[in-house]
Design a binder for this molecule. Structure first.
Ligand SMILES: *[C@@H]1O[C@H](CO)[C@@H](O)[C@H](O)[C@H]1NC(C)=O
Ligand SMILES: *[C@@H]1O[C@H](CO)[C@@H](O)[C@H](O)[C@H]1NC(C)=O
Length: 397
């Protein structure tokens, strides 16, 4: 009996050790495709080859980027078009570096770009967008390229990005456009407060996007939400410096998809230009914003903690009627506390042709940081709503 058992164990052991390929999923180390972690050799080809190999695999596959700096010198276009694999993990221990000369990326709008992929998960890693030269060009008023978004997902499904750091993007850090079901979690996003157009995460034409447990410090919106975003969930976000969370700008186009079912739960804004904002062009449009909840939000020295601005029209150009067609309704602000760096702690500047409706305020306390102890105030224009609990400054309803 003991003898039989021993043989059985031996056979099982041999089987397990001799045929790992039966159980293991393939891992493709970018270094075995020629990538060099020296920060100088362009690794674009090696990354594309690793992507090709992972796509060709039929089992769930991993692309591994070890420690070190990997220069990716051009648009890294990772397409799902010929990809059979719907479970690709990209595990990054190192840093992916963009060229510091912005002319190297030229007019490309994206640095790392995924298109039509399904089931891609990125874990860890740092993206260094090296945007400083481009920002300097933009800030000097010269004509410069628009710049590249560091990480973009287009028309893709079932995406996970977790534990990634994005530094100093030329333009947006992360873009999610035309996607369904994306989880962006444990992200550290950073660029200087004066870096132009460096939005942290921009989401549009997408549903089921979750942004959680992340810290965004940047020069533009921490999260910006464009047309066609729905079922968006943002939880545990720290924002600042930056321009806050912004729904919009919306309403540039006459025909525009609406924004629907957005939840922001537990967020802190520190020294930001806005806290939670809805912003639309003062132009005709059939767009809308509805079913939005901002809850458990802490404001620290924020210029416009709560703001709806439907009169957006820089330089008074391109806005023939000075009134926005975007219908804003059912926006709830619940448990929003802290300090405003201006007296206007709450502003509802809604469209004269399409007044806001169903604005709900509950348990708001926004005080003025100024030591003179002046009160904060609420401005309302063309806005209908209701208050409950204790609301300070006193609102318009
Ligand atoms: C709203 O979006 C959340 C995800 O953010 C989802 O769980 C919920 O079902 C959506 N509600 C409706 C009515 O679609
Ligand atoms: C401007 O507003 C008027 C009504 O005030 C409306 O009839 C007209 O269609 C609007 N023009 C545009 C370009 O939307």
């Amino acid at each position: 009996m003991a003898y039989t058992k021993a043989i059985l164990i031996l056979i099982l052991t041999l089987f397990c050790y001799s045929s790992p390929s039966l159980s293991a999923n393939p891992t493709y180390n970018v270094q075995s495709f020629g990538a060099k972690p020296d920060g100088k050799s362009d690794c674009t080809k090696a990354f594309l080859s690793a992507w090709g190999a992972a796509c060709a695999a039929t089992a769930p596959a991993t692309i591994y980027v070890p420690k070190g700096r990997f220069l990716l010198g051009s648009n890294v276009y990772l397409s799902g078009k010929l990809c059979k694999n719907t479970a690709i993990t990209i595990r990054i221990d190192g840093t992916l570096v963009a060229p510091s000369d912005y002319n190297a990326l030229g007019k490309t709008e994206h640095w790392l770009q995924f298109e039509r992929v399904t089931g891609v998960s990125i874990y860890g890693g740092t993206l260094d967008g090296q945007g400083a030269q481009l920002w300097a060009c933009k800030n000097s008023g010269k004509s410069c390229p628009k710049g590249a978004t560091s990480l973009a997902f287009y028309n893709s499904n079932n995406i996970v990005v977790s534990g990634l750091s994005s530094l100093n993007s030329q333009m947006f850090h992360i873009l999610v456009d035309g996607c369904h079901n994306a989880k962006l979690i444990n992200l550290q996003i950073s660029a200087p407060g004066n870096s132009p157009n460096t939005d942290g995460i921009h989401v549009q034409q997408s549903s089921g996007v979750t942004i959680m447990n992340s810290h965004v410090a940047t020069g533009d919106d921490c999260v910006s939400i464009g047309p066609g975003a729905s079922n968006l969930w943002i939880e545990n976000l720290a924002c600042g410096p930056g321009h806050g969370i912004s729904i919009g700008s919306l309403g540039w186009d006459m025909q525009e998809a609406g924004v629907q079912n957005v939840t922001v739960k537990t967020a802190t804004f520190s020294g930001t230009e806005n806290g939670v904002r809805v912003k639309t062009w003062a132009r005709p449009s059939n767009g809308f914003v509805r079913d939005v909840l901002f809850q458990h939000v802490s404001m620290i020295n924020v210029q416009n903690p709560i703001i709806i601005d439907q009169n957006y029209c820089p330089d008074h150009q391109n806005c023939p009627n000075q009134s926005s067609g975007v219908r804003v309704s059912q926006v709830t602000y619940k448990n929003i506390k802290g300090t405003s760096s201006t007296q206007a702690a709450m502003t509802f500047r809604c469209s004269s042709s399409n007044p806001c409706s169903g604005i709900k305020l509950q348990d708001i306390k926004l005080t003025y940081v100024n030591t003179l102890r002046r009160p904060t105030v609420a401005y309302c224009q063309n806005a209908r709503g209701s208050s409950s609990g204790s609301v300070y400054p006193r609102s318009c309803w």
